[in-house]
Ligand binder design. Sequence first.
Ligand SMILES: NC(=O)c1ccc[n+]([C@@H]2O[C@H](COP(=O)([O-])OP(=O)(O)OC[C@H]3O[C@@H](n4cnc5c(N)ncnc54)[C@H](OP(=O)(O)O)[C@@H]3O)[C@@H](O)[C@H]2O)c1
Length: 362
Amino acid sequence: MKAVALTRYLPIDDPQSLFDVELPKPEATGHDLLVRVEAISVNPVDTKVRSPKPQEESEPKVLGYDAAGVVEAVGPRVTLFKPGDAVFYAGDITRPGSNAQYQLVDERIVGLKPESLDFVQAAAIPLTAITAWELLFQRLPFSIDSGGYEKTLLIIGGAGGVGSIAIQLAKLASFTVIATASRPETVAWCKSLGADHVIDHRQPLAPQLKACDFEQIDAALNLADTDRYWETLGELLAPQGHVGLIVEPRGALNIGGSYKSKCIGIHWETMFGRSRFQTDDMIEQHRLLNQVAALIDDGHLRGTHTETLGTINAANLREAHRRLESGTTIGKLVLAGWGSEGFASLALFRASQGSSFPRRRE
Ligand SMILES: NC(=O)c1ccc[n+]([C@@H]2O[C@H](COP(=O)([O-])OP(=O)(O)OC[C@H]3O[C@@H](n4cnc5c(N)ncnc54)[C@H](OP(=O)(O)O)[C@@H]3O)[C@@H](O)[C@H]2O)c1
């Protein structure tokens, strides 16, 4: 099968940072589905895993944590899906990823693809929807059924992949949503998704909130930079408020001060947590993806795909990584289909180990 992989962790402008290779097609066992991948999306986690470091892999490592495709075969313990089902999922960061024609994924973290979305649009959804849903409705103490009624929610990084779903979920939960965006096109995108107010995260937040008649906020999702907004959020959050975090801090955070005196709840979300630790409730991700699909099919949530960068190959994926590393993408980037060009064989890869891989195909 065709796949895009790495063996060395290189800057994205290096053509060997991601390369095309033929790998053996895997076989489904246990709870696994073998999925024929039709479309993939890219996320900052792909660039973080790929980021330059001295480590080397002896075998090609496949990244990619968002896919839509069709179940080709199922393991003997599978009960939720059958061959031919169209599915969408983010997958498990400890296993080979979705940048391959076929991928194994545990059925308990897979949902049925929304019927109203094609594979391209569906691939844009899973990782960000799982993140925003788990954060808002499973880590913070809010329910989707009016849990945000008469409450204000500040979403930092509203136009990013996670923000684009979080704004919509927060509106469904009846929050008054204040999103942040710093450019005219990201401001317009946040408003189109339902944000009630949009303020600029490059400017001081307090005076902008005051101008919208908010002295304090009930909850905040920091989807961009944990350290940068930490102190400000401590000041802006109301007593007994809540902050949701998804980005690893660069340094130590003072969890005392305003956070302690105001009894502010600090909540972490890592969407790979359930699959990484094989938690007893990992089937919650199957359920939430199906709920998201139903909300999309009923017209309550809309897709967040903004651009397709071509077929799935190393050159197009390098371009996707480059865009994500710029920190200026809006919504989600997708790659779809596999093209007709040949990928280098694994035998060629093995023969070339010790020298430079990939080499041009003869
Ligand atoms: N823990 C988890 O499970 C989890 C899951 C998903 C993502 N994440 C992490 O969450 C972060 C966001 O992910 P994403 O997919 O939403 O990213 P993304 O799509 O790449 O976000 C792009 C957006 O970020 C905004 N932005 C850039 N710098 C900002 C800043 N300093 N403050 C506020 N907004 C800023 C930009 O808006 P403007 O152009 O308007 O400035 C841009 O539209 C990443 O670090 C990602 O790795 C964690």
